[in-house]
Design a binder for this molecule. Structure first.
Ligand code: FES
Ligand code: FES
Length: 159
């Protein structure tokens, strides 16, 4: 067993001082220590995008990120997107366009979609598909996901 390490991180605006195993992933810390289970574990190997969160505004696969690497950073998970009772525009758009079926990939898709627009990579269907290609949907909801992203992008709403 390894000695646990102290890690301080801000998650959805709340600062947490944690004690984590050196090998613990950010994904496991979010889900198991902070009970933020909206972030999903699909492959646990960086191949599906279900675990996508934002670290200092950049999207990352939290299954590939060690908790100790997130020390001192600001993390946003799907639970942190809505403002009180008000859904984030991307959450609204996924609902409106039926951007999901089973919903398992959806938190990761939404976190990636927000980043995709912020990065300036949502200018065409082709570009959206390319920059969303790290997020796999076994249900094949891709056309609806693309429609949702295009609507938010074209609506010019702040994301
Ligand atoms: Fe992280 Fe699949 S669970 S990429
Ligand atoms: Fe089922 Fe995407 S909605 S995996």
């Amino acid at each position: 067993a390894f000695e646990k390490m102290p890690v301080k991180m801000e998650v959805n605006g709340v600062t947490h001082s944690l004690s984590v195993e050196p090998r613990a992933t950010l994904l496991d810390i979010l889900r198991e220590q902070l009970d933020l289970t909206g972030t999903k574990k699909g492959c646990d190997h960086g191949q599906c995008g279900a675990c996508t969160v934002h670290v200092d505004g950049q999207r990352v696969n939290s299954c590939l990120t060690l908790g100790v690497m997130a020390s001192g950073k600001k993390i946003t998970t799907i639970e942190g997107l809505a403002k009180g009772d008000e859904l984030h525009p991307m959450q609204e758009a996924f609902l409106k366009h039926d951007g999901f079926q089973c919903g398992y990939c959806t938190p990761g898709q939404i976190m990636s979609a927000v980043a995709c627009i912020r990065e300036g990579h949502a200018n065409s269907e082709t570009e959206i598909r390319e920059y969303m290609s790290g997020n796999i949907c076994r249900c094949g909801a891709y056309p609806n996901i693309v429609n949702a992203i295009q609507e938010v992008k074209e609506g010019g709403q702040a994301v």
